[in-house]
Every structure is written in structure tokens, then in C-alpha cells.
Design a protein around this ligand. Structure first.
Ligand code: COA
Length: 349
């Protein structure tokens, strides 16, 4: 495990208040979830587990599962259209689409291109961004950089995964944790002193890559018959190591970001953490000094949808009246890489 620099030496490269004339604002969110629910009781018919074990260890009660034949773009198109409707924007007003996912329709072409075509975003470029459970935040920060630099006016950031396509439903260590779902957020240029993305911080530790990995998913281990017979195409994890790192890093990066911006937990109206485990979310909030009333939790209903968790949680918060124009939001995520990050923003336009 690579150690981060001591707090005093921290480069703070990711912290910043947008200095220029433009700020990237998050103006609307749309989502798509498959209809089919897979409860803990359903899983207990597949593997040696129980509702009681899953609820007490993770907080998850059910997750959504796409029907066979569904691709990520099928959900993404629904989420994208809903997001654009809510923003009052036509698809041909988009300059770009960034799709964060580890379960795109194919390795090639990028799913963002398929979304671009299906929603009729004629002027938009598109590409995918792969950073596991931290993928949505990475894509958001990338989109914000384009917008702040004046290289785009509007970028649709899609985050979603069909984890049912990566999980071994014979492995109780992993199959209970994940679900399928997708969301999209419109990032749009606004005035530098208005609402929008105020700061971010990101980190990586590739030295711990093996702790959360899909071994047979690229050039390191091509899909030979032997590899597939060993089940190397499924997600593997060192659950305890991931758990410990997630608790530590999510609190650490949030505190570091707030410190760098000269803010405190009192400046957070809503904490939107990646939904991996309720037992990761609670100590993160506790270490930050944010009461659970300000924390968005939907893991009980949708489980861990990897790149989908943050937009799905934002949409939940909006639907329940907790996210509106001017809400000060801290987003924080952790995932395979290992990679973790946080972003602080005021919602809306
Ligand atoms: N049902 C019943 N028992 C299960 C089980 C399941 N679904 N999954 C694992 N177990 C068993 C283990 O085999 C172990 O049995 P053993 O002691 O006989 O070996 C026992 O439960 C305890 O496992 P342990 O690892 O101590 O549980 P835990 O409290 O650490 O919780 C996780 C396990 C996976 C829920 C937890 O480690 C976790 O959430 N890790 C992070 C995973 C994650 O979020 N990954 C994605 C990150 S983005």
C-alpha cells in the first residue's frame, strides 16, 4: 500500500476554487433502474446466505437486475433522456458525452458513442471512462475541466453499471453486494461566481489493484477457454482489505478537500457517498462529523451499482426534496484501482 504524503506535504493539486469566468454546474439528474427486484431471500436460494447476514453486514435488502439481453446503453438512454428533459435541454445542444462504467455494452466501441446516436446528440463527441466505483466522480471532474476551460458548454456525464454481468452468482462473498442501475447528470457552463463544482480531490493506489479486480477482462488475461472455466471473468475482491481502505480513504479525502477549500462539515447540506456498504457509509459520516440526516442512503434498495451509485443517490435526494437549487453537496467515492475521490459543489443553475 502506497502511503499518501503526510498532511503538511500534501500537494493539494486537486483543490481549487474555480478562479476563472466559468464554473461547471450540475443542473439536472436522470436515472434508469431495471424493473426486476432481487431480494436477499431470492439470493438465499442461490448461495448459502441469509437476509439477516446481508442486512446486518451491508445494509442491503434488495437490488435491481436487468433482464438478459439488456445492455448498459439501454438504461443509459433512458437516464440521459430524463436528465435532458429535466434540464430543459435538447440532445443536439450537447457538446460531449462521457460514460463512466466497467460494464459498457462492449470494450469497443465505447458505450458513449451508442448513447450519442440513440439520443440524437448529433453534435456531441463521446467516450467512456473506466474507474470502477470512482468512475462517476472521475467523469464529472473531467467534464468540469472541459467546461471551465471553455472547450465545451454542455457535457452529459453518464454513470452506470450492469453488475449482474460481472458477478458470479455462485460466490456469496460478492454476489450479494451489487446491483444494476444507471444515472446521468448534465454539466453546463455557468458564471464563475455562480453555482457549480467548487473543488475536487482524487487519488490512486495501483499497488492494491489485486484487492478488487476482474482478472479476465483485458490484455493481461485474454478470455481463453481455460480462464473462463476458472471463472476469471468474474469480479474478485479481498473484502476486508477493501472495507478498511474504503472507510479510511473516504473520510480522509473528504476532510482533505474541505480543509483545502477552507470549509468544514458545517458547510455540507448533503453528503452523497458511494453506496458500497452501510457499514462504510456510517463511519465515513461519523469521522466527518456529518449527522446521518444529511447523508443520502439508498443502498438498502439498489445495492452497489458501481459507477451508478452517486447519480442514483442524487436523484433519490432530489425526489425526496433534499436536493434543490443551491444545496451544498459533498460527493465521495472509493473503488477498484484502488481509487478514491471527493467533489464539493452547489447544485443547480
Ligand atoms: N452470507 C453469509 N456469509 C457470508 C457471506 C454471505 N453473503 N459472505 C461472506 N460470508 C462469510 C465469510 O465466508 C466469512 O466466513 P468464515 O469466517 O467462515 O470465513 C464470514 O461470513 C465473515 O466474513 P467477513 O469477511 O468477516 O465479513 P465482513 O464483516 O468483513 O463483511 C463484506 C464482508 C464483504 C460485506 C465486507 O468486507 C465489505 O463490505 N467489504 C467491502 C466490499 C465492497 O464494498 N466492495 C466494493 C467496493 S467499491
Amino acid at each position: 500500500m502506497t502511503e499518501l504524503p503526510a498532511p503538511g506535504d500534501h500537494p493539494k493539486a486537486g483543490h481549487r476554487r474555480t478562479p476563472g469566468a466559468r464554473r461547471a454546474r450540475c443542473v439536472a439528474v436522470g436515472t434508469a433502474l431495471p424493473e426486476r427486484r432481487l431480494t436477499n431471500a431470492d439470493l438465499a436460494k442461490l448461495v448459502d446466505t441469509s437476509d439477516e447476514w446481508i442486512v446486518t453486514r451491508t445494509g442491503i435488502r434488495e437490488r435491481r437486475m436487468a433482464d438478459p439481453g439488456t445492455a448498459l446503453s439501454d438504461l443509459a438512454v433512458v437516464a440521459a433522456r430524463e436528465c435532458l428533459d429535466r434540464a430543459g435541454i435538447q440532445a443536439d445542444q450537447l457538446d460531449g458525452i462521457i460514460c463512466a462504467t466497467i460494464t459498457g455494452d462492449h470494450v469497443m466501441p465505447a458505450t458513449a458513442n451508442i448513447i450519442q446516436h440513440r439520443i440524437g446528440a448529433r453534435r456531441a463527441w463521446g467516450y467512456d471512462l473506466l474507474n470502477a466505483c470512482n468512475g462517476f466522480l472521475a467523469a464529472l471532474n473531467t467534464a468540469a475541466a472541459f467546461v471551465e476551460a471553455g472547450r465545451a458548454e454542455r457535457i452529459l456525464v453518464v454513470g452506470g453499471d450492469l453488475m449482474s454481468s460481472l458477478v458470479d452468482f455462485r460466490d456469496r462473498n460478492t454476489c450479494v453486494l451489487f446491483g444494476d442501475g444507471c444515472g446521468a447528470v448534465l454539466v453546463e457552463a455557468g458564471p464563475g461566481d455562480g453555482y457549480g463544482l467548487i473543488g475536487f480531490e482524487m487519488h490512486s493506489d495501483g499497488g492494491s489493484a489485486a484487492d478488487l479486480i476482474v482478472p479476465c477482462s483485458g490484455s493481461a488475461l485474454p478470455a481463453t477457454a481455460d480462464a473462463l472455466a476458472r471463472g476469471e471473468q468474474f469480479l474478485k475482491q479481498n473484502g476486508k482489505a477493501v472495507f478498511q481502505q474504503a472507510v479510511r480513504r473516504m473520510a480522509e479525502v473528504s476532510t482533505s478537500l474541505l480543509d483545502g477549500l477552507g470549509l468544514t462539515s458545517a458547510d455540507i447540506d448533503l453528503l452523497v457517498p458511494h453506496q458500497a456498504n452501510l457499514r462504510i457509509i456510517q463511519p465515513t459520516a461519523e469521522r466527518l462529523g456529518v449527522p446521518m440526516e444529511k447523508v443520502v442512503v439508498n443502498i438498502d434498495r439498489v445495492a452497489n451499482t458501481t459507477a451508478g451509485t452517486i447519480p442514483l443517490a442524487l436523484a433519490d435526494a432530489e425526489a425526496s426534496g433534499r436536493l434543490h437549487q443551491g444545496t451544498r453537496v459533498l460527493l465521495v467515492a472509493f473503488g477498484g484501482g484502488l481509487t478514491w475521490g471527493a467533489a464539493y459543489l452547489t447544485w443547480g443553475r
